[in-house]
Design a binder for this molecule. Sequence first.
Ligand code: ASP
Length: 340
Amino acid sequence: MMIQTGIFLLFVFLPVSPASLPLVINTWHFENATAAAWSALQAGSSPLDAAQAGCTRCEQEQCDGSVGFGGSPDERGETTLDAMIMNGDTMEVGAVANLRRVKNAVGVARAVMDYTDHTFLVGESASVFAEDMGFKSEDLTTNRSRDIFSQWLSQKCQPNYRKNVFPDPSMSCGPYTPKAKLHSGPRRKPGLIDLRSHDTIGMIVIGQNGQVAAATSTNGATNKVPGRVGDSPVAGAGAYADSSAGGAAATGSGDIMMRFLPSYLAVEMMRAGASPSAACKTAITRIKERYPDFFGALICANTTGGYGAACNKRPGFTEFPFMVSNAQTNGPVLQKVDCI
Ligand code: ASP
């Protein structure tokens, strides 16, 4: 959630949402990603290619440290990547999770879509698939991810995502064994992990004729249990696209958000006639009813170029920034929505 430096942009506060096509909208202040998708569209690329180009830019720039290589080391210090891409014309999805050694996760997700009959590849096998398809194999560790990991080790592996285990996970780095009798609720309030421990680029692109594409890319949650996959690569959770209704994309505590399929819900709300802003709010409210403190936000866009966003208000997170580029702005504009 770190604010990128050097951005001098026009701030527009919602509810300003003039419908205009084509449209690029993405989570957070990731301006260069918006610009990359917008240029791709201007150069004649399809919405799907533009969404891929936008997310690829973020992976290259390591947006906020939470997209691409060198961020969010897991409990073993390794960075792994999750990404997906969805074509709202055909309802095809390509997704990868827990991808190792390959930087361009959204590119690999696209390769799953284009070169297999599958939807989702995970872990080491996804990496081998990527290598077989010609993606470069390289170490995703950087000095930054090494530092985050060593600091975490020196803090007795705090914070972490373990619960109901011996020894108490606040006392040691494990190994852990399960407690015979489980506590009825979570050990700590969910979603209270440092706001800086994760972020995602989620992007929706709507073409001139209302074609919808969506894509996501993230390195997940810092200090995650190895193998953990969040919401971002899961269709309907991290993003969803349907050219007969609209698109949505999420960011936040994926472990919680993925249980509610907020992107799918928002698109269905828009299909039923809700405005993008109302659809986003409904999906956030649905989660909030069960997890009042969860950290998360959603962006939504419909096929006429209307857009909106919503986020769950909590200490330190009262407004959510996102980027928009459409025929009116003709370039990236930073917008913010007040959380509910
Ligand atoms: N949703 C992502 C995940 O849980 C992280 C984020 O967007 O903050 O992996």
